[in-house]
Unconditional design. Structure first.
Length: 281
């Protein structure tokens, strides 16, 4: 562990006043030029660890489809799958802002559908904001949510819910597509989004978008110049078997778990566990 690791890594962490981080804190961080981390969370115990470590924003991503439910894309996960995870992350944290991803098919049909789905995440899940994927085609949805008082995090670039349109998980925004992405980002800001995730886009494009927007950009595979960075926690902890190129593995959780569970199995088989101190008399 590096000695630069602190338990409160960002001044953005509004919890200094014993409260949750809000969209105003995130906006103020952009004005101060302060970078911040976001990680995904899907359950109360990991949310508590990340919250206490000072991660200011927790995302209950639809990546749960893959890392929690074992699907091979984010498409199958439903609102009913994600709602209990969102509620668990809210219960497990006390200072982070919790953002709930709207799953595929739960907002694209109309602003009304988006509003009904987002309201469930706010009322039943206790989320503080929602995230949805797409550019100009979801502007009416973003406007409807923002007018209803629901903070919206946008998501551009490699939007995994559109994997079938992209023909695979590939870098987006090269060439002329970069200008389209820039214009989508500006439109989303104008529509009221409070932040935008940029996934798998060239670093130079992410830098240009970050400089052009007054709302924060959150990069994942978008180089070093975005205002914030996000990773799926199983990727950064080394639980994912074949992570993408943009992932940095900070821990070997799969290896550590393998060692621990083998030790448990050996001790059970050999009779060393449970010992006297693990038994009631
Ligand atoms: O679902 C998710 O985890 C995400 C992040 C990777 C941004 O959308």
């Amino acid at each position: 562990m590096s000695s630069s690791v602190t338990s409160r890594p960002t001044a953005l962490y509004g919890g200094q006043a014993g409260r949750r981080v809000t969209v105003r804190d995130v906006a103020a961080a952009k004005e101060r030029g302060e970078r911040w981390p976001m990680v995904t969370a899907y359950d109360a115990m990991t949310a508590k660890v990340f919250d206490e470590a000072g991660i200011p924003v927790l995302l209950v991503g639809d990546s749960a489809a893959m890392v929690v439910y074992g699907y091979d894309s984010t498409l199958p996960v439903t609102v009913d799958d994600l709602l209990p995870l969102t509620a668990a992350v809210v219960r497990g944290s006390s200072r982070a802002m919790v953002v709930a991803d709207l799953p595929f098919g739960s907002y694209q049909a109309s602003p009304q559908q988006a509003l009904e789905t987002a309201a469930r995440f706010m009322k039943e899940g206790g989320a503080h904001a929602v995230k949805l994927e797409g550019g100009r085609r979801v502007l009416p949805q973003v406007e409807a949510l923002v007018s209803a008082g629901i903070p919206v995090m946008a998501h551009l670039g490699l939007t995994p819910q559109s994997v079938n349109t992209f023909g695979g998980y590939r870098v987006q925004g090269r060439g002329q597509a970069g200008d389209e992405l820039m214009s989508d980002a500006k439109d989303l800001e104008y529509a009221g989004a409070f932040a935008v995730v940029l996934e798998c886009v060239p670093a130079e494009l992410a830098e240009r978008v970050t400089r052009s927007l007054s709302i924060p950009t959150i990069g994942i595979g978008a180089g070093p110049s975005t205002d914030a960075q996000v990773l799926v926690w199983q990727d950064l902890m080394g639980l994912t078997p074949h992570p993408a190129k943009f992932v940095k593995k900070y821990f070997d959780l799969a290896g550590e778990m393998d060692r621990a569970v083998r030790a448990f199995a050996d001790e059970v088989v050999g009779g060393a566990f449970p010992a006297a101190e693990h038994s009631y008399h």
